[in-house]
Design a protein around this ligand. Structure first.
Ligand SMILES: [Mg+2]
Length: 409
């Protein structure tokens, strides 16, 4: 079998997605997710101009060889654009292999290690009553674990809070990438945040009891010592994890955090390769791997990092916001079903428009995901629907402190 065609499809049903579609001489097609939120066209160009010409006439069954060829032959390694492009090829080839075998991808990865994947939803509110309503709504929808984010008194807009009620009426409660020529500017005050967050978790525990698993995302905004303080101050509220507590370009920073708190730590949604996790895993400085199949080079390298993590009892918590397309989400759902050291899967339902473009076999029942048993990844792209939603420029917001200094968003 040979690859005879590969095309990049950019579509914007509620938000932008970049998808690679590979076709073989036997007419089998495979899809891969190459969406890099806010920088989508860089990956589309990388694929179209530099990768697609290399794919033609290759054997689609040689997934590992193709991955190594694309990673090593460029000479320039790593980085989110490169690795999202390679991820799309990797996923599309797994999709093709599954379709040829007549098996869902999780069967090719060793078969199911569990019945389905527990997810956590995104509960948020500008104040406690709104947050409690959001938690109750998620419980009603079946979620059994919850990420909790709130506004901070004195700040106008805070990451992860669905304060913006959608004018379209769609269920789409959190999309930070705003469409427009410039990114939105938000404000930030770490001291106010550190004072406020423990009071929120105390109130949530008082209202919802001790058993509901609660998660929180710090969005890389704290220094290591601030992160350590937050982890320590949240210990009475028994978090499932504290996520992205400090930027992890410097993996050593997590030693300091770890020395001070037993709150479990998760990080890695902006990581591209196993090397970003090298120290964090080997020294057991984290508890959950937050990588996404899309930004980590695909299913093949994500499986390897999870095997590495398994030696240290570290589990998965794959990144799953709505900028991971249904194709990327399917890829990591198949992997999560197969690996032994699955932890939890982040899940935000895609919009109705997105679901008309990406037809999926995945199911969400009682808070749990299953990728379905369709051969391959179980996602097909409706190209006619995709074409009706042309790309729209969009940027993630950025932060400034009160004195005007740019801060991590
Ligand atoms: Mg995060």
């Amino acid at each position: 079998m040979k690859i005879t065609d590969a095309r990049v499809i950019v579509t914007s049903p509620s938000r932008n997605f970049v998808t690679l579609k590979i076709t073989t001489d036997e007419g089998v097609t495979g899809l891969g997710d190459a969406t890099l939120n806010g920088r989508e066209l860089a990956v589309a160009s990388y694929l179209t101009e530099h990768v697609v010409p290399l794919l033609l006439n290759r054997d689609p069954h040689r997934i590992e060889d193709t991955w190594q060829f694309l990673y090593r032959s460029a000479y320039w390694r790593r980085g989110p654009v490169t690795m999202a492009a390679i991820a799309a090829v990797d996923m599309a080839l797994w999709d093709i292999k599954g379709k040829v075998a007549g098996l869902p991808v999780y069967q090719l990865l060793g078969g199911a290690s569990r019945n389905s994947l527990r997810t956590y939803g995104h509960a948020s509110g500008r104040d406690l009553p709104e947050l409690f309503d959001s938690i109750r709504q998620h419980l009603d929808e079946g979620y059994t674990a919850m990420r909790v984010q709130t506004s901070v008194p004195g700040l106008k807009a805070v990451y992860g809070v669905a304060a913006q009620h959608q004018s379209t009426g769609e269920r789409y409660d959190y999309e930070p990438a705003g469409r427009g020529a410039q990114p939105a500017e938000e404000d930030w005050d770490t001291a106010a945040y550190l004072r406020h967050v423990p009071t929120v978790f105390e109130a949530v525990r008082n209202e919802f009891g001790a058993e509901l698993p609660l998660l929180h995302d710090g969005h890389h905004r704290m220094t290591p010592i601030q992160a350590a303080r937050l982890g320590k101050s949240l210990e009475p509220y028994d978090l499932f994890w504290l996520e992205d507590c400090t930027p992890a370009e410097n993996q050593d920073a997590f030693r300091l955090v770890r020395q001070h708190t037993t709150t479990p730590l998760a990080v890695g949604e902006v990581f591209n390769t196993v090397f970003d996790f090298q120290t964090l895993i080997r020294e057991q400085l984290i508890d959950y791997v937050r990588a996404a199949s899309t930004h980590f080079g695909g299913i093949s390298p994500l499986r390897k990092v999870m095997d590495y993590a398994a030696q240290y009892q570290i589990k998965s918590g794959f990144h799953g916001p709505t900028d991971v397309s249904p194709v990327g989400l399917a890829a990591q759902t198949h992997l999560g079903l197969a690996i032994h050291n699955f932890g939890i899967q982040e899940y935000m339902e895609h919009s109705d428009k997105t679901n008309t473009v990406f037809e999926q076999s995945m199911t969400f029942t009682d808070g749990n995901l299953h990728p379905g048993d369709a051969p391959g990844l179980g996602v097909e792209l409706n190209e006619e629907a995709a074409a009706s939603f042309p790309y729209q420029r969009a940027y993630l917001p950025f932060n400034r402190l009160a004195d005007g200094t740019v801060h991590d968003w």
